[in-house]
Design a protein around this ligand. Structure first.
Ligand code: URA
Length: 274
């Protein structure tokens, strides 16, 4: 048996099967998505790929355990109940770290909780940790984070005076878009952070933050730059502005002007000039 050929065939098979990234020592089938992940290390016993098998090969259906919606409702309910027990951000962080109800935790290296001032007037909300955030364990510390820091500095906001968090505390494999179920399960964590901080303003970065927090059908491109309301509790609402996500700006720099005008609106409102 020619081992080198088998290694190549094995890797080709992984690529053909849709693997886009290696992130753990073991093969990992994620039950909530069709993401298959594998290690770079050569399997101890390479998969036997014979020419005959190659020709007639039918891809195995991805492991899809489509749990019943009620099961998700139950997990989200558990998450809500858990969150209500937290009376401070450190307590909430601890509870989120212990929570095992979201599949994403199995493939993530870190639980990326929010970061910043508990007295922040403005809370910035992204989508989910990326590779750098997953490695380091803090939100917006990679390329997107550097751009976000510049965006804030441009309107004289110091990152340390804000609170920055994400809809999801765990990185979806390969940065894929989170599923509605994953969002529903993790949303109580985000909402509780907002309840504990009670900020005056929310800056939603991108469409996932927008659709997760506000029940509006419009896309981010139609909603960005407009003032909206988010009811925190009976006593307090926050004024909400949605804008494009920094990762979108890295891909489409021509959109920066729109975000710049959104940020100016936020600055004016925070300074009572609008
Ligand atoms: N993108 C996000 O939405 N959040 C992060 O923390 C990093 C990148």
């Amino acid at each position: 048996m020619n081992t080198q050929i088998n290694i190549k065939e094995t890797l080709d098979w992984y690529i053909w099967a849709g693997v886009v990234e290696t992130c753990a020592d073991e093969v990992c089938l994620n039950s909530s998505s069709d993401n298959l992940q594998f290690s770079l290390s050569v399997p101890k016993q390479p998969l036997p790929v014979t020419p005959a098998l190659e020709k007639s090969y039918i891809a195995p259906s991805p492991v899809k355990i489509s749990p019943h919606l009620a099961a998700f409702d139950n997990i989200a309910k558990n998450a809500r109940e858990l969150c209500s027990k937290a009376s401070s951000l450190p307590e909430l962080r601890e509870l989120v770290q212990q929570f095992d109800g979201c599949n994403l935790k199995k493939t993530a290296a870190s639980t990326v909780f929010g970061d910043g001032s508990p007295q922040a007037r403005v809370v910035l909300i992204g989508e989910a940790p990326g590779a750098d955030e997953d490695r380091i364990g803090s939100p917006f510390v990679g390329k997107c984070g550097k751009l976000l820091d510049k965006m804030l500095a441009a309107i004289n906001i110091n990152r340390a005076d804000c609170y920055i968090t994400n809809v999801l505390p765990w990185r979806p494999p390969g940065n894929r878009t989170p599923t509605d179920e994953e969002i529903a399960i993790c949303l109580p964590f985000l909402k509780r952070q907002i309840e504990l901080i009670k900020p005056d303003f929310l800056l939603l970065l991108g469409g996932i933050a927008l659709k997760s927090l506000l029940d509006i059908p419009d896309s981010i491109s139609r909603t960005r730059g407009k003032w909206l309301d988010y009811v925190i509790d009976e006593q307090k609402s926050a004024q909400v502005l949605a804008t494009y996500h920094p990762s979108y700006l890295l891909r489409s720099p021509s959109q920066k002007a729109k975000v710049w005008s959104d940020l100016l609106r936020l600055q004016k409102k925070m300074n009572n000039e609008e």
